[in-house]
Design a binder for this molecule. Structure first.
Ligand SMILES: Cc1cc2nc3c(=O)[nH]c(=O)nc-3n(C[C@H](O)[C@H](O)[C@H](O)COP(=O)(O)O)c2cc1C
Length: 396
């Protein structure tokens, strides 16, 4: 569930600190990499030995690691983390966070953290309700931090009311929900084709098209950012492989067909955005064709239809998206393609609109399914990719 997620757990000096041993254990069990930073006062309530044993990493509390002056790089830790969780969060530490105070290692890491922050207050009823605590909590939420609400019940002081730190399993559930909302496609296997194909005429010439791959690459980047495991099968392009994407470079329609079919069966979502050649030379000549003043007639034969084959092989649980580029009767032709190729969705590119299509950084498309048509007006290809992927998330 949390495999590979990097979490900093900040522990402050509340009696609830002992519960964090359970939290560390369950986070690690879920696959997270946990680094614990404890305030001095937290270590009065829970031992570093317990926490380091459960997290498999040293627990840091001070700026210096040893007497030789080796220091804990708080900036590096802040940049490293995917999420910082402060649990329990004392009234004192909440006040420091809300006011930018930096008098211990935990606060230095907090101020350096680029990731999102969750905090689980734990304190006595009256401390929790005090206007200054409430104001600090509000301020932290205004910063965009996530409050893990305390529970109501018997408190260590003997009083009864709101202020008990949320139970470790509730904190864990909120951490998992946080990652799910950030990575709604986590673990989804996606196959994506992009770019043009080149069909060789002779060793130096080919039949190609004007596709740059920008739209497909923007989709690959968006899908990977939302947690999908993306295999991108790309025709020739100058574009760099988006981060976190597994790219296979191919050249011809036949190579793209073979690479695609090798992974299609495992894909839950397959998006065919490549501009695959419909025809290729009937034969490829091994030597460069010399000009001799005569006309040259090239015999062309159809290439294999990748989308149609994917539609034919489609199994329950697989979702197939094709791209179409039409120059006339756009919507009717796209709807026809949807049915003919057994696709679940067609993304219709328009050549009619200025700024949309090959080579541009902007695009305008229409999402066509059996029951609806949604026009996405001209926007950057990244924005269009974002909107297409949001639509897919709702459909999936
Ligand atoms: C037994 C005991 C229990 C405490 N429990 C809490 C608590 O639940 N919440 C809180 O805000 N402070 C609590 N405190 C007070 C904090 O430990 C104190 O404010 C300390 O300075 C917090 O430091 P820190 O925020 O740097 O960890 C407790 C103190 C003691 C002695």
């Amino acid at each position: 569930m949390l495999t590979g997620k990097k979490i900093i757990l900040g522990i402050t000096g509340s009696i609830a600190a002992y519960k964090t041993a359970f939290l560390v254990r369950s986070l690690v069990k879920s696959g997270a990499e946990v680094r614990v930073i404890a305030t001095r006062s937290a270590l009065d309530f829970v031992t570093p030995l317990t926490l380091s044993t459960l997290s498999n990493h040293p627990v840091y509390s001070e700026y210096l690691k040893n007497e030789q002056g080796e220091w804990v790089n708080h900036v590096e830790m802040g940049v490293w983390a995917d999420l910082m969780v402060i649990a329990p969060a004392t009234a004192n530490s909440l006040a420091k966070m809300a006011n930018g105070m930096c008098d211990n290692l935990l606060m230095a890491v907090y101020l350096s953290a680029r990731c999102e922050v969750m905090f689980a207050p734990a304190m006595d009823l009256d401390m929790y309700q005090h206007p200054t605590t409430q104001q600090n909590i509000k301020k932290l939420m205004d910063f965009g931090h996530h409050l893990i609400k305390p529970g109501t019940g018997p408190l260590a002081s003997g009083l009864n009311g709101e202020g008990r730190m949320a139970e470790p399993e509730d904190i864990q559930a909120q951490i998992e929900a946080f990652f799910m909302s950030k990575w709604p496609l986590r673990g989804k296997k996606v196959l994506l084709t992009a770019g043009p194909t080149y069909e060789a005429i002779d060793p130096v010439r080919f039949i190609g098209n004007r596709s740059t791959g920008k739209m497909g690459y923007a989709l690959a980047a968006e899908l990977a950012q939302l947690g999908a495991s993306v295999t991108l099968i790309s025709g020739p392009t100058a574009l760099a492989c988006p981060e976190g994407v597994n790219r296979q470079l191919v050249e011809s329609a036949e190579e793209m067909y073979n690479a695609t079919m090798a992974v299609f069966a495992k894909a839950e979502l397959a998006i065919f955005s490549a501009a695959v050649a419909d025809f290729k030379p009937a034969e490829t000549v091994n030597q460069k064709i010399k000009k001799d003043g005569q006309a040259l007639a090239l015999a062309l034969v159809p290439t294999l239809d990748i989308l149609a084959e994917a539609g034919r092989r489609k199994q329950p649980g697989q979702f197939v998206v094709g791209f179409a580029l039409e120059t006339n009767n756009e919507v009717a032709n796209a709807q026809n393609k949807l049915a003919r190729k057994n696709a679940d969705l067609i993304i219709l590119n328009s050549l009619q609109e200025a700024g949309a299509g090959f080579g541009y950084d902007t695009n305008s498309v229409t999402i066509i399914s059996k029951n609806e048509q949604i026009k996405l007006p001209l926007a950057s290809k990244h924005e269009i990719a974002h909107q297409i992927v949001q639509y897919l998330i709702n459909r999936l």
